[in-house]
Write a protein that binds this ligand. Structure first.
Ligand code: HSE
Length: 309
């Protein structure tokens, strides 16, 4: 195999209660990347379509993660990377993570799969770190493992793949304002009140239990964020109205996707998901903010090969 085209999906990190630890993978929105093996050694970004991102290997998240793998594997060849971005940088649905994970996934395939999913996640974190200012894996893990994941520990990296209830759908609304992850991390408090910590870790535990037991009511009760949302929601225009409309239309819960500005809702069944999409569309449709919406099944496969030759 000398060339591979992959689909690297968007992901939702935090999932309300699980800041920096929980995430899930979307199905129908993501980037495509074409990686070609070359005789010339090294890693090169040769094409970027759909976003204004750096071509320098040490500045682009896709090549930074690829270099981490490449320097470890030390293969007798090089790789050219073409990036076709559909996930807007700064959208809150794992744009940098999709690039960072996609390149290492594809190169691993071209090298005959010397690394497992956990090792690929470690390489991908090196790229993610330059976008957000810190190494976190809550977008990377669901992209590489698929479904829902819990990052048990960032260093050493430990990832727990979690079950996905089969009738669960996500609705995303992306208001087209850019929020940089590094900036939305900077506004967070360094310390939190014990009573909020207790609420939050109870919610993370019950959310994980709900996934294991297919308990949609418990899942709904767990989708609350008393630690991060009060701060970050102020950066997102009409956040409370969107959340309110989503819940009224039957969503199990709604919250900020990653560091925003996208807002996600989880729904039981496609019919409810479609109603929720309509209800939240109404909020931004009345404003001058451009936006996109997506309804997606939870993607249990993660990054996938489109074709190879
Ligand atoms: N957990 C991260 C954050 C995800 O919320 O800052 C964004 O990349």
């Amino acid at each position: 195999m000398n060339q591979i085209k992959i689909f690297s999906p968007a992901t939702v990190a935090n999932v309300s209660c699980g800041f920096d630890v929980l995430g899930f993978c979307l199905d129908n929105i993501g980037d495509e990347m074409v990686i070609t093996k070359t005789e010339e050694k090294g890693i090169r970004i040769t094409k970027i379509i759909g976003a204004d991102l750096p071509f320098e290997a040490e500045k682009n998240v896709a090549s930074v993660s690829a270099l981490a793998l490449y320097n470890h594997a030390n293969p007798d060849c090089g790789f050219d990377i073409e990036i076709y971005k559909n996930i807007k940088p700064g959208s809150g649905i794992g744009s940098s993570s999709a690039s960072a994970s996609g390149s290492v996934f594809a190169i691993n395939e071209l090298l005959g799969r010397p690394y497992n999913a956990l090792q690929l996640s470690e390489f991908a974190m090196k790229g993610e770190a330059i976008a957000s200012g810190c190494e976190h894996a809550d977008n990377i893990a669901p992209g590489i493992f698929g479904g829902f994941t819990l990052v048990k520990n960032a260093n050493p990296l430990q990832i727990l793949p979690l079950p996905t209830p089969s009738n669960l759908y996500a609705v995303i609304i992306h208001p087209q304002i850019e929020i940089k992850t590094s900036e939305s991390r900077a506004i967070l408090p360094k310390q939190i009140e014990l009573k909020n910590a207790i609420t939050q870790w109870a919610n993370v535990g019950s959310f994980v239990h709900a996934l294991h037991t297919n308990d949609y009511q418990l899942l709904s009760d767990s989708l609350n964020d008393v630690v991060i949302e009060p701060y970050r929601s102020q950066l997102i225009p009409y956040f409370n109205k969107v959340k309110d409309n989503a819940l009224k239309a039957g969503a199990l819960g709604a919250g900020i996707s990653g560091s925003g500005p996208s807002i996600f809702a989880l729904c039981q069944g496609i019919d409810t998901a479609n109603k929720v999409e309509q209800a939240i569309t109404e909020v931004y449709a009345k404003t001058d903010i451009s936006f996109n919406t997506y309804v997606s099944k939870i993607n249990t496969e993660g990054i996938r090969i489109v074709n190879s030759e």
